[in-house]
Structures are given as C-alpha cells and as structure tokens.
Design a protein around this ligand. Structure first.
Ligand code: FAD
Length: 410
C-alpha cells in the first residue's frame, strides 16, 4: 500500500527495491571515475537505498561487476570502501564519533554552537552555499562535492562547530547516516584528518554550473588565505557574513519525530506478538526480508528514543514509510521501554543488526549481522588508507572481493 502524498522526490527516489536495482544497472564505472567530482557527473544516487538497507554494498558491487569487471583499485570500489570505513570507525568508537576525534585547526570552543539563520535559509549571498542549501531542501540529496563545500564554508569560513552543521545536514538528508555524515564533517574540519578541507571559487567554477559560481565572495581567494582563515581565531558565525533577506530566502522544511499518519503505527501491544516468532523491520532494513517460517510476524518498528533526538524531514519519513507499508501492515511506534516490555512475550524475535539502534535491538532480538562487502578489520584504523590496506590485502579485482573467504563467511 503506497502512502499518498505528492512529493516529487518519491518519483526521483522511488522507495522500491526495483528502483535501487535500476540505479545499479545504470552505473557506468568509467564515467563515474572520470566525472564523479562534477555536480553533473555520473554519480549513482544509490545512498538513500544503501542507508535504508534496500540494497547492500555487496548487491551494488555484484550488480556492477556482472556487467563489467573492476579492479580493486577502481574509484567506484574505493568509494564504497569509504562508507564501510566510516562504519568501521563507528564500530570501534561508538558514540565517540559525535565528539571531535582530535583537535582540528582550532579548539572546539573557538566555534559557534549554532548554525546561523542565513545558512539555514540559504541566503548567505554566497551562491555555492545558497544553491547547496536549496538543493538539499528541494531534494533531500546533495552531491558529495557540494556537501564538502557546504561543510567547509560552515566550519572554516563561518566558524560554526562541525557538530551543529552535521546534526542539521543529517536531519534533512534522505541518506543521513551518522557514521558517513558526522565523520565526513570531521574529515572536512580536520578533527578526523590531518588538515582541514578548504575550497575556493575557482574549484566551484570547475565542477559546478554557472549559477553556483561565487566570484567576489568570501571564498574567492587563495588556498593560503583560506588556510590562514581556518586557523585564525576569528569572529564566529553570524558576525562574518551578511544576512540577505528577500527573494533568496528558502524556508527550512519542517522536521518530525514520528512516522507519517498514513502508516497508522500503533503503540506497542503485547497481544500482537505473544507466543509468536517475530521478524523486526526497522528503517535501516528495508530490503527483502529473509526466508522465514510462514507464521512469522513481520513487525515494522520505530523507536521514539532515537527519532526524538534525530528528527527527519517529511520526505525521508515518506521514503521510509512507503517501503515499510509495502513490507508489512503492522507497525509500532513507541519508546524503548514499552517496546521491550511488549516483545518480552514473543517466542522468538529476530532482526538485522543496526548501529543506529544499537543500544536497544540487542536487548530485544537475536541480531543478524547485516551482510558486509569488506572483511572486518579487528584493529582500529585511524585513516582510510590503513583500513583499506588491511581489508583489501591480497585482492586484485572486485570479483576477488566478492568471492573472498571472509566475504563468503559473512
Ligand atoms: C559533509 C558530508 C556529509 C555526508 N553525509 C553522508 C550521509 O549522511 N550519508 C551517506 O551515505 N553519505 C554521506 N556522505 C558521503 C557522500 O557524500 C554520499 O555518500 C554521496 O554523495 C551519495 O551520493 P551517491 O549515492 O550518488 O554517491 P556515489 O558517488 O555514486 O557513490 C556510491 C556509493 O558509495 C558510497 N560513498 C561514495 N562516496 C562516499 C563518501 N565520501 N563517504 C562515504 N560513502 C561514500 C555511498 O554509499 C554511495 O551511495 C557525506 C559526505 C560529506 C562530505
């Protein structure tokens, strides 16, 4: 039962497994490697589907390799690796990824704690920033380069703490993922990397369409000047840039903490599950369910403890909710205590493991590890290259990766 609602994004990012596979079928690895930095480059748009578990990294790479074999060092394999690497860091550091991993160009207290209104409204007067914010609000998606530009401007030009920017961006993205998002912000800041990521107007002119170009703005300067700016204790946030109001203003879409009404999620009720086998479907496990005994109850689950601290856009709720409605007609929305108490009478409860719900799922259910493309690296790696070396050691092609012992054992 598709949810009603007239959001264009549902056409662009249809919340179906078939739409995800159509995107996999359309991946052009050579064009991807050549053009991925350009805003109109051959990127895949797969991240909302990967984030919400419609497809796994293994599905993606297997689908691409079925048409064209790739070297292990191919840019596309590498980028899938970044997602897995960020999850590796999350696995080792847990909640620690929400704090600066080490000091960046300036101490944490040198940055403002709130995102200024002109950035939120996309009316800073710097076209690259305003266009990025408008695109984000209009689509729920943003090209990787635009995310980097936006984050770099927020942190290094406006001196806003990366965490304020990361929390805001997470809540508006269709693909918001605490590991990829918060650690990318830290990478841009320089608290998870050796140096801050900086960009200037020439870089924008090279990779973005004309209306994004930003000559004469704060970023139209040399990299040396930008580096000095990033390391200088300076005026924070709103003092640095003018607030323009008028035509350029874009209202920030509202955020919500609960599923759409159409989903008719009910409060946890033990009568539904008592004595039964239950497979939990949460918002990060929206792929096809595993083969289950016919009398297994498929139960959609939204944990309010998570959603109250991490609200999502209406668009994301519809993306998730529509697919949830397709998978099952039974949904619970409730707090962790009520869900735990209600599930206690079930005969057996299972689900896919998911770090966004890590503190709760393991208390209620047998959690099966989500399929992993890359072999687990036991030792914590503080750089992508360390991790990549360990996980890809001895593999020369992507097919080796897909068929490696570790992969088969997962
Ligand atoms: C500030 C910032 C915030 C980000 N927040 C998120 C987020 O919340 N969720 C998210 O999935 N990605 C995030 N990314 C990473 C990246 O921007 C997106 O994964 C990518 O833009 C999604 O578009 P795509 O599917 O077309 O990517 P493609 O370029 O087509 O890549 C294919 C897949 O590879 C993975 N991937 C590619 N580049 C990266 C990368 N740099 N880091 C991690 N994974 C990557 C993604 O799963 C992506 O779907 C962020 C990057 C930055 C700089």
């Amino acid at each position: 039962m598709p949810l009603t609602g007239s959001l264009g994004m549902l056409e662009t990012f249809a919340p179906t497994v078939a739409a995800a596979h159509a995107r996999i079928g359309a991946v052009r690895p050579a064009a991807y490697a050549r053009t991925r930095n350009a805003l109109d480059g051959a990127v895949t748009g797969l991240s909302p589907y990967i984030t919400h578990g419609f497809v796994t990294l293994t599905d993606v790479l297997a689908g691409v390799c079925a048409r064209q074999p790739l070297d292990m060092q191919h840019k596309f394999v590498f980028e899938l690796g970044w997602r897995a690497y960020y999850r590796h860091v999350w696995g080792h550091r847990g909640e620690g990824i929400l704090q600066s991993l080490h000091e960046g160009p300036l101490p944490d207290h040198a940055y403002a704690g709130e995102l200024p209104a002109d950035i939120r409204q996309g009316c800073t007067g710097v076209p690259v920033v305003d266009e990025a914010v408008r695109t984000l609000y209009a689509t729920g998606m943003l090209h990787n380069h635009a995310r980097m530009w936006l984050a770099s401007y927020v942190v290094h030009v406006r001196k806003v703490h990366w965490r304020a920017g990361a929390d805001w961006l997470y809540s508006h993205l269709l693909d918001g993922d605490l590991a990829s998002n918060h650690l990318s912000w830290q990478w841009v800041t320089g608290t998870a990397s050796r140096k801050p990521y900086l960009f200037n107007a020439d870089n924008v002119a090279r990779y973005a369409p004309t209306h994004w170009h930003s000559p004469g703005s704060a970023i139209d300067t040399s990299y040396e000047a930008l580096d000095r700016m990033a390391r200088r204790n300076g005026p924070q946030a709103s003092a640095e840039a003018p607030v323009h109001t008028g035509d350029g203003d874009r209202a920030e879409p509202s955020l919500r903490c609960e599923p759409p009404d159409e989903l008719q999620a009910s409060a946890p009720d033990p009568r539904l599950v008592n004595g039964r086998d239950v497979w939990l479907i949460h918002p990060w496990s929206l792929g096809p369910p595993p083969v289950l005994a016919p009398d297994t109850l498929l139960l959609g689950l939204f944990v309010s403890d998570f959603h109250r601290t991490r609200p999502w856009s209406e668009r994301r709720w519809r993306f998730v909710g529509t697919r949830m409605a397709e998978l099952t007609s039974q949904h619970w929305y409730g707090d962790a205590a009520a869900i735990g108490a209600a599930l206690a009478g079930a005969r057996r409860v299972r689900c896919l493991a998911e770090p966004h719900l890590a503190p709760w799922l393991t208390r209620w259910a047998e959690c099966q590890a989500a399929p992993a493309l890359f072999a687990a690296v036991e030792r914590r790696c503080d750089s992508f290259s360390q991790w990549w070396f360990r996980t890809s050691h001895g593999l020369s092609t992507a097919v080796d990766l897909l068929t490696a012992e570790d992969a088969l054992a997962r």
